[in-house]
Design a protein around this ligand. Structure first.
Ligand SMILES: *Cc1c(COP(=O)(O)O)cnc(C)c1O
Length: 376
């Protein structure tokens, strides 16, 4: 089955009414069957619920994993997956990581005895140099946020010991454009709040595993920690996924048009989009991914121009988050990355003129007009 078909038919819940969508099963508790053949084996909704199960099996099918777990948020998925590690374990993480993940690692998990090294995982020599005898995991994002750095997942896999767990946060590209399990990753994480849900009306998270042994461990953690996805949010994500392929195609097409337009605009000094041949990760993206996504970062000539865009765009919302049908724009230095010490922030290129643009599925001409009128 091709991907766009799988978005709709990837997992079919046995719906007794013949309904084409799975209902929102608002039941926490299920009768134990007298005859074990009588019901599906639902017991209690933290353990499993038919709506959540359908969402999980659909995401597992899209990522090509053996199983998937649904969480209330992306952060809940990350926090639960990180419980696979023991005190004393060392983890190498991409340095330009999602801010929430950095906060979790540094303020909570380091207290629990894990240690982290944040390195440029696009540089395989740097990854190799960071490996210690107690390194148990590599945590990757590609492209990164907001600098759009690319990591070659296969090259990382080849560079590390086989028992080192490779975890990839695939929120930016979605399984439509990247399948990390295919490239050697062990676990794929999603913030379903973004493209999978796609309409900025729900929060959710997913963790997909490619291996049966690992699956048992994660199942235990998911049930024991209990940060699971509600039936209602499961329904919304499933509804979003039905149009994932078509939304990603349109958003990417828009992103390419916008990136090219921005690149030729006199007020824009730098455009970071991995779909531009000038981007330094372009060749790796062409090799390992099926598309380039719809996230663009760009730098304006002055702070004033950046602020004009944030203040005066009418269609493009100045808002955090990403991956919904609406176009969103934010200024990482003041929003997503404001916790970072200024020196570190500037060293990474996150200046006061850098904007991050989640390109939506509006008409590209309207988006261009909106940016143009905002810049004045
Ligand atoms: C938003 C996001 C998360 C966190 O997900 P929530 O659903 O907000 O908890 C993790 N990783 C990336 C790349 C994200 O964009």
């Amino acid at each position: 089955m091709k991907f766009d078909t799988a978005c709709i038919h990837g997992y079919r819940h046995k719906e007794p009414t013949g309904g084409l969508s799975v209902p929102i099963y608002m039941a926490s508790t299920y009768r134990h069957p007298i005859d074990p053949q009588e019901y599906d084996s639902y017991v209690y909704s933290r353990i499993q619920n038919p709506t959540r199960e359908t969402a999980e099996k659909t995401v597992a099918a899209l990522e090509g994993g053996v199983e998937c777990y649904g969480f209330s948020t992306g952060m809940a998925a990350i926090a639960t997956v990180m419980e696979l590690f023991d005190p004393g374990d060392h983890i190498i993480a991409t340095e330009d990581l999602y801010g929430g993940a950095i906060r979790l690692f540094r303020t909570i998990l380091e207290r629990r005895g894990l240690s982290f090294d944040f390195v440029d995982t696009g540089d395989i020599v740097a990854v190799k140099a960071a490996i210690r005898p107690n390194t148990k995991g590599i945590y990757l994002e590609t492209p990164t946020n907001p600098m759009m750095d690319i990591t070659d997942i296969k090259a990382v896999k080849a560079a590390v010991y086989p028992d080192i767990l490779i975890i990839v946060d695939n929120t930016f590209l979605t399984p439509y454009f990247l399948n990390p399990l295919e490239l050697g990753a062990d676990i794929v994480i999603h913030s379903g709040t973004k493209y999978l849900g796609g309409h900025s009306d729900t929060t959710s998270g997913f963790a997909v595993v490619g291996d049966i042994g690992l699956n048992e461990k994660l199942r235990q953690l998911h049930v024991s920690i209990g940060a699971c996805l509600s039936p209602f949010d499961s329904f919304l994500v499933l509804r979003g996924i039905k149009t994932l392929a078509i939304r990603m195609d349109k958003a990417q097409e828009n992103a390419m048009t916008l990136a090219t337009w921005l690149q030729n605009h006199p007020r824009i000094t730098r455009v970071l989009y991995p779909g531009l041949p000038s981007h330094k990760g372009y060749e790796i993206m062409k090799r390992q991914a099926y598309g380039f996504g719809a996230m663009i970062s760009f730098e304006t000539d002055t702070v004033q121009t950046a602020h004009n865009i944030l203040k005066h765009t009418k269609l493009i919302a100045y808002a955090e988050s990403l991956g919904c049908v609406n176009s969103l724009i934010t200024i990482p230095a003041m929003c997503t990355h404001e916790d970072l010490p200024e020196e570190e922030r500037l060293a990474r290129g996150i200046t006061d003129r850098l904007l991050r643009f989640s390109v939506g599925i509006e008409n590209a001409k309207d988006l261009i007009e909106d940016l143009q009128q905002a810049m004045g």
